[in-house]
Design a protein around this ligand. Sequence first.
Ligand code: SF4
Length: 494
Amino acid sequence: MADPQGFMKYTRSDAPKRPKPERLQDWNEVYLQEAPEERNAAVQTQATRCMDCGIPFCHSGTAGCPLGNLIPEWNDLVRRGDWELASDRLHATNNFPEFTGRLCPAPCEAACVLAISHDAGGAVAIKRVEETIADMSWENGYVQPFTAAVSSGKRVAVVGSGPAGLAAAQQLTRAGHEVVVYERDDRLGGLLRYGIPEFKMEKKVLDRRLAQLRREGTKFVTGCEVGVDVTVEQLRAEFDAVVLAVGALRGRDDKSTPGRELKGIHLAMDHLVPANRACEGDGPSAISAEGKHVIVIGGGDTGADCYGTATRQGALSVTQLDQYPMPPTVRDDERSPWPVWPHILRTYPAHEEAGERRFTVAVKRFVGDDDGHVRFIELQQVRVEKDSSGRRSVIPVSDEIEILPADMVLLAIGFEGVEHMRLLDDLGISLTTRGTISCGSDWQTTAPGVFVCGDAHRGASLVVWAIAEGRSVANAVDKFLTGSSNLPSPVIPN
Ligand code: SF4
């Protein structure tokens, strides 16, 4: 039984971060590595703030956790110090809580009943509790390989090793199917490896989970582009089902702004991938912010990743531009009783470290030097309007132009769906108008026996959604192969 007055006794506190100057000297995670006893005691206090609500919005409804994480249950287990059972209950709904604990912007916290009133001290620090249970699980050996008791004799190919593909692969392997994960890159992990900077999640966290999957029997093939190195005919001949978890990495460009063709203007992933490769020991990044004035266009997660990466690379200045206003802080909008929680503010630890954020602005023109390299941007104040069909317009609100130095510009303005790949053509896959892979209510694409999950289906989204879709597609594939399934299916296709 939870302590119903815990939130009145204790205030919310987030995980402590390392000092900013120290963070900027390395690529390690921004959060402090506390001594386990100290960390656990602090997190037990935080878990005690949970009221175990009759209707726990944190893990139910449309706004809470898509995985249906059993948040009040493991909060209470942590409060009582039963970390092993807390680990069991956490892993019951989430294959990779160490990823979500670090990377998820925590819709559960925004949905927490305690977030409704600042008099209540703010939402339960669910993300901190989750990450600590996950780390404790590894430290104490609670995470062990889980091998299937019976083999189904069926074979499944998973294309893509990001969080959706890995979740699907782990679920299907545990259900007794022989699973081979194909990754076109030289290392496993997809966006977790080459998109997410080390300062948000160190790659050793990914590697220890991959080792568990291998011990359970999932097989991996890297450096292999399915559709090219393995043909569709081979795929069809060798596997009973295929899961496409190929992501949605086609970066949105800004072709309409004059000067876009100048050298020094890059899509965000062209900056993040080599930076992550440099951290893996592949040599210096080909696109580095060192000694440059950097402009990041786009106010979301990817923009913040570029921001923190540029800062660590030694940029002279970093400025992040957002067409939207600085979001309201607390209940600015009196029509809504719910406060705006930090993740909706799109504020990340990288923003505290250095640099500047500018809101309600847009680039009017990129200006280059005689060598055709960007050197300045012309900036204008704007507002964003949407018409009745949802189409966005960016409207200048003043003729005044501001000039900012810009030796490097990073476009982090979103993704437009799956990249073009021969595999999709050869399978005869249909795409949606959003550029994602269409599927039926059973996650099956227009190609029989071929399923889709994660960003490739949903469009660029949160890691927690990728894992939820990976788990759900595993249920659908298991049913397709055997006629029924006991695997969980937390979400349905959108
Ligand atoms: Fe606990 Fe908040 Fe969930 Fe209620 S909504 S059960 S207080 S975490």
